[in-house]
Every structure is written in C-alpha cells, then in structure tokens.
Design a protein around this ligand. Structure first.
Ligand code: ADP
Length: 490
C-alpha cells in the first residue's frame, strides 16, 4: 500500500515536472515569436521614418541650388508649392542679406549649418509636434517647418496605430514625440525595447519602440492544452502499466494454480497408492488362504469360498479406486459424481471389507444410530473415507490391550447434515498432533504415509462436507464426517 503510494507520488512529481517544463517552453517560444515580430515592425518603422526624414535634406539642398526668387506667400513660387507636395512640410522660409530671419532661433540654426556644412535643427520643442530645419546657403538660406505627425507614412505602416500594443516615439535631447501610443501595461512579464537613430545626420531623432507583454497575453490556452495532454498521456501509460501488472499477476496465479493442481494430482496418486496397497494385500492374503484350504484333504470348500469372496470384493474395491483416479485426472474439478447415497450402507460395506482386520485385532465394531441416512456424496469417495477412518481406528486400537478395544460407529443428523462418528477406545490424539492431523505426509505411525486423513478431508470438502477430529471425553479419538443430507434442497 505504502509502496504503491510512493509509486503514485513519483508519477505525480514526474508529471508535474514534464507539464511545467513543457508549459515554460511554450511560454518562452511564444515570447520569442512576439519579440521577433516586434523587432521586425520596429525596423520597418525605423526605415520608413529614415526615408521620410532624409528627404528634407534633399529638399533643402534643391532649394539652395535653385535659389528661387522670393515672392508673396500664396502666389505659387516653387518653394511655396512644396507643402502641397509634402503635407508634412508646413512652411518654407527664406532669408538673405536683405531679409533677416524672423526668429533668432533660425539665425542660430543657420550659423550652425554654416559651421557643419549641412542642415541644422533649430532649437526645438517636440511637444508642439513640429520642428524646423535650416540649411545655410548663398545668397539665401532656407528653413522648413515640419509636422511630425504628418511625417509618418501611415499607408506603409506595419501596425494598426489605434490598436497596436507597440509604443513608438521620436526622442531628441530629452524631448519626445509620441508617434503611436501603444498599450503599455503595468505589472508586466516581459518588456521589449528598440532604439535606433534615424539615418539622417541633420535630424538625429532616436526612434524608440517599446512593447510590454502582460501575464494575460501569455499563451495560457496552449499551456493548458499541453498540461492536459501530459496528464492524459501519463494516465494512459499508468493504466497500461497497471494492466500489464494485473495480467502478470493473473498469469502468476494461473501458474500457481497449475502447480497446485499438479501437487493435488501428485498427492492423489500417492493417496491412491496408499489406498491400493491395502486391498491388494487382502486379495493376496485371501487367495493364498483359499489355495491352502483347497489343497487340504478334504478341501475346506466353504471357508475357501468365503476367502475367494473377500478377495473378489477387495479386487473390486481396488478397481474402484483406480477408476476414481482416472476420473479425477480426466475431470479434476468435478469433485466426483454426487448422488444420493445411504451412509449406513457405506459403513456396512466398509465393515464387511474390514471384517478380517477386525477379527485379527479382536475388535467387534458397534453400529449405532439411524438405520438409514441418505446423504449427497460420491459413493466411491464416501467408501474411501469410511474405510480409512475405520482402518485408522483399528490401527489405534492395536496400542491398547485387546480387552479394552471398542469401535463405535454412530450415524445421526446434525442440522442439514448427516454425520458419521467413528469413535475408538484407543490412546486418543496427542495435543501437539491434533492441529497437524490433516496435513499431507504427517504421520506418527512407523511406515505410515500420512496421506489418509489429508485425502479424506479433501474428498469430504469436495463433496460439500467436512471431516473433524477430537478426543472423546471417555478417552480415545472421535472422527466426525459430515455430508449434506440428500433431501435438503440446499
Ligand atoms: P497414516 O498413513 O500415518 O495413517 P493418516 O493420515 O491416516 O496417516 O493419519 C495421520 C496420523 O493421524 C496418524 O499417523 C496418527 O498419528 C493419527 N491418527 C489417525 N487416526 C487416529 C486415531 N483413530 N487415533 C489416534 N490417532 C490417529
């Protein structure tokens, strides 16, 4: 029990480790995928913004080269048509020796541009959503005012600005302009970041993209599916293993059963040898006696006939014993042919067969109780039991003086059973022998096989009955054989 608990414990721990490791790998893979997507989008954003911004340098360079004449605003000079071509260019300004910049910040940017030889940013306020870019040239310098939001090429944008989780900002000198707000979450599991300055030296804005992945964005469904799959797989493996164990146990039981049957057959065969020994000895003794009686002059025909009748009866008994062995081997589970048998008749038959044994020991058996007792039994098995019990009693009586030898056979009913009690006035059964009496090969007799009682008990229980032994209060042993009554419907 404890063993199996520990075993199940290991299964649970092993399953949990596999499920957790798999779920972690799924989460990791999902995060890696999201990070790869984020980086791809961020690079596209950087490229698009760089392409836009770099055009401003080209526009200013073109203006510086062409030096278009100043005209009133709204009259359609080339530089004033630029905002129509490029919606992000809010205005174009021009300054020369005669026209100073309206804002000293532009003059400062022009100075810086002259120093660096490229366009320069005027001091800016990114929160206003616009910036100015000045290119110093002669005779006139030009300035562009650029709308940051219109700078973004939304048609080519890789994300849906309103719903995307990615935040995109342009950062410069500690100021920032939010291009796309994104959905940044607090209490996040992971955070992706991308920084890269746009590819235009004149407008070194840092493109900053950020994305956070919250617990809720984890691939819970896939992780749960994986865990369930692991649980199902382990349950299936465990079930198969249990089935295999159960099958192995059943095979082992079957094997033991076969061994037990072989043992029973071996026991039976040994028992048969024991059973056959006695009638064959009797046949031999009777036929030898008859031979002697016939050789007498004049031959004692009557006694010889009696001896021959005894020999014939014993031979029949031996044949029955052999027949029983054959039936037991052919139909080991049948427990013999149960039928209505008169137990009193069976006792009489046994007494007839053992008459010489009784006479030899000066024992006069007494038959008491019911004149007829119908029980359900295999007649041959019943004969065998009764025969064995009487023979055992006779052997026990040998140990007491002839004058004290008594053998009483009593037939009665006890509840639903018929009972035969075989009581002798022998030495009785020693207390240490009593519990071992029905063990196969247990014997206190010299030359005894120790199989008689064990066989009798097997036969009795095979017929739905029982065999018990006890010491009688008046001394000697009592063996009680109980068999179901024939007229009992149960
Ligand atoms: P065995 O071949 O030795 O007779 P059994 O199975 O017939 O084997 O009997 C086992 C033992 O039971 C005997 O050796 C004997 O000790 C004891 N026993 C059997 N019947 C009696 C009896 N009537 N009185 C005393 N002891 C008995």
């Amino acid at each position: 029990m404890r063993q199996s608990w520990r075993f199940s414990g290991w299964w649970v721990v092993g399953g949990a480790v596999i499920a957790l490791a798999g779920a972690a790998a799924i989460a990791r893979q999902s995060l890696d995928q999201q990070r790869a997507l984020f980086e791809t989008d961020a690079r596209i954003v950087h490229r698009l913004l760089s392409q836009q911004v770099v055009q401003h340098d080209a526009i200013l360079a073109t203006l510086a080269l062409l030096q278009p004449a100043p005209v009133a605003i709204g009259t359609g000079s080339p530089e004033q048509r630029l905002p129509a071509l490029y919606p992000r260019i809010l205005s174009v300004q021009r300054s020369d020796a005669a026209t100073p910049w309206p804002d000293p910040a532009l003059a400062e940017a022009e100075r810086l541009s002259r120093l660096s030889g490229r366009a320069a940013l005027a001091p800016l306020d990114l929160s206003s959503g616009r910036y100015r870019l000045v290119l110093a040239s002669a005779p006139a310098s030009y300035a562009l005012t650029i709308d940051l939001q219109a700078l973004v090429p939304w048609t080519e944008w890789p994300m849906v600005a309103e719903t995307s989780a990615v935040r995109v900002e342009l950062v410069h000198a500690g100021q920032r302009h939010v291009v796309q707000p994104g959905r940044l979450q607090s209490g996040t599991a992971s955070r992706f970041e991308f920084h890269k300055v746009v590819a235009a030296e004149s407008q070194p804005f840092d493109v900053v993209a950020t994305q956070t992945v919250g617990w809720r964005q984890w691939p819970w469904a896939r992780m749960l599916a994986w865990t369930l799959a692991v649980v199902a797989l382990l349950a299936a493996v465990r079930h198969l293993q249990r089935q295999r164990l159960a099958r192995r146990r059943a095979e082992e039981l079957l094997r033991l059963g076969q061994v037990a049957r072989l043992n029973t057959l071996g026991e039976l065969a040994a028992g048969m040898a024991h059973e056959l020994n006695q009638p064959l000895t009797a046949v031999l003794a009777n036929t030898q006696a008859a031979q002697r009686l016939l050789d007498d002059d004049p031959p004692e025909l009557a006694t010889a006939r009696g001896a021959m009748a005894q020999a014939a009866a014993q031979a029949r008994r031996a044949a029955e014993v052999v027949g029983r062995l054959r039936r037991a081997v052919e139909r080991p589970d049948s427990g013999g042919q149960r039928q209505t048998v008169d137990a009193v008749e069976a006792v009489r038959r046994a007494l007839y067969l053992l008459e010489p044994e009784c006479q030899r020991r000066s024992v006069a058996p007494v038959l008491e109780g019911l004149p007829v007792l119908s029980v359900m039994a295999d007649p041959v098995a019943l004969d065998q039991i009764v025969h064995n019990l009487i023979l055992n009693a006779l052997q026990a009586l040998e140990q007491v003086p002839a004058a004290q030898r008594r053998l009483t056979l009593t037939l009665r009913t006890v509840a639903d059973d018929g009972e035969l009690a075989v009581a002798d006035s022998g030495p009785g059964i020693a207390p240490d022998v009593l519990p071992r009496l029905f063990e196969p090969f247990f014997s206190t007799r010299e030359g005894g096989l120790g199989l008689g009682l064990s066989l009798c008990e097997t036969l009795a229980s095979g017929m739905g009955g029982s065999l018990s032994a006890a010491n009688a209060a008046t001394g000697g042993a009592v063996f009680r054989l109980r068999l179901p009554l024939a007229n009992n419907p149960a």
